[in-house]
Design a protein around this ligand. Structure first.
Ligand SMILES: *Cc1c(COP(=O)(O)O)cnc(C)c1O
Length: 406
């Protein structure tokens, strides 16, 4: 699994890292495919993929080769003072597979949504005046932790310590057209933000007909429909983009997590009627779209947009879905399974997601919660059938203990 430093000091005790996360004690040291190994040599089947980031698994040969190609040219970064070929080619590739338009590159999901807010507001303002600045978001949504994206994130506890956030946010409920009609208007609405499959909110696919209705409403009021596919995009659901399931095309698409296989990268794809209004100075980032990350993203996009690859994601997703349904039939604590492709949530009858995650980890399976009562399954998209069976076998062992309340 590659070379390593020979440091012998332990990480026990107080960490110098700020207390923003609550990780378990294990210290991860290596990775290969769907597996990680900790410093003590324990192996884990990784169904977190770094939260839907490592779509091709750890140490993927195509990623390694892309990094090497970039490093052979010797350019990690040039800044946006200069054009480089990987970013140009990646952008061309993205608009080809998503929809016609132009692309802005940044460094994370939240940054992609912040840029999308700015682009949508600029377009709305130019055509409808300064009142046309409101953004509609949905109950349960997660769009990031910066001041605009946090304002669109339905988590009062994450927001309250940091108010005031970005003003002009209106809330609606998925599948309730009336709640949308109540908050949109031609005069005020600049954009409607939606995750086609809510991720952090509990792995909840938005029904296709509601996606089509939103497309229609956005059109009627002259607002940008923004699909946040930071988690559900790039093959995760078995379609290259989750919006394609409903047959709609958004005005803006935001991407990040798996885009550069774990190197930090985000992207905003905007349709021409928005992108043509963007001028030098409207937005910028020092690191965005550098030649190293863009070369890696090109390799990821090539891999995940292959029809055969997507077919395999759908088959693996069906298999995992079926197996999890089987667990639901045998274990009362499991209420059901939802999601699409390899983005699945096991819904529990009580708030025991963190207990399941901990018990599974102790048995060598890494999972992540999506809210207090949902356990999320986001394995690498090239996970094998055998690995799926191994994961299910672990759950079969740990669910009875969680059920008994240990
Ligand atoms: C993770 C996530 C974000 C935020 O991405 P960061 O890279 O953590 O800023 C935004 N939207 C969705 C749907 C996400 O899953």
């Amino acid at each position: 699994m590659g070379e390593d430093s020979t440091s012998t000091d332990t990480l026990a005790g107080r960490s110098a890292l700020m207390n923003t996360y609550a990780p378990p004690e294990v210290v991860m040291a290596r990775g290969e495919g769907s597996w990680m190994e900790d410093e003590e040599g324990n192996r884990y089947l990784d169904f977190t993929s770094g939260i839907a980031v490592n779509a091709l698994g750890h140490d993927a040969p195509v990623v390694r080769r892309a990094v090497e190609r970039a490093m052979e040219r010797g350019l990690i970064h040039t800044s946006n003072l200069f054009r480089t070929r990987p970013a140009e080619e990646l952008a061309a590739q993205l608009v080809q597979v998503a929809f016609p338009g132009q692309v802005f590159f940044c460094n994370s999901g939240a940054e992609a949504n912040e840029a999308a807010i700015k682009f949508a507001r600029k377009a709305a303002r130019e055509r409808g005046g300064p009142d046309k600045h409101e953004i509609v978001a949905f109950r349960g949504a997660f769009h990031g932790r910066l001041y605009g994206s946090l304002a669109l994130t339905d988590r009062p506890a994450y927001q309250e310590p940091f108010t005031p956030l970005m003003p002009g946010v209106r809330w609606a409920t998925v599948n309730e057209l009336g709640s949308v009609r109540q908050v949109v208007s031609k005069e005020r609405t600049a954009a409607i933000f939606i995750e086609p499959v809510q991720g952090e909110g509990g792995v909840i696919p938005v029904p296709d007909d509601f996606m089509r209705t939103l497309r229609q409403v956005a059109h009627e009021v002259g607002a940008a429909l923004v699909c946040d596919e930071i988690q559900c995009g790039l093959g995760r659901t078995g379609d290259l983009f989750a919006f394609q399931h409903s047959g709609i095309v958004p005005d803006i698409l935001t991407l990040a997590k798996p885009l550069a296989a774990g190197l930090p990268m985000g992207a905003v794809v905007a349709a021409p009627h928005i992108s043509e209004l963007i001028r030098p100075g409207d937005h910028a980032t020092t690191f965005g779209g550098g030649p190293l990350v863009a070369e890696v993203a090109r390799a990821v996009l090539c891999a995940v947009s292959e029809p055969e690859f997507l077919g395999r994601v759908r088959r693996s997703g069906d298999r995992l879905h079926r197996e999890l349904e089987g667990l639901a039939a045998r274990h009362h604590i499991v209420e059901g399974v939802r999601g699409r492709g390899l983005m699945l949530g096991m819904v529990l009858r009580r708030e025991a997601a963190s207990e399941v995650v901990r018990a599974a980890r102790e048995e060598g399976l890494l999972l992540v919660g999506a809210g207090p009562n949902v356990v999320r399954f986001v394995p690498p998209l090239n996970v094998t059938g055998e690995e799926i069976d191994q994961a299910v076998a672990v759950l079969r062992r740990v669910l009875p203990a969680v059920e008994r309340g240990r």
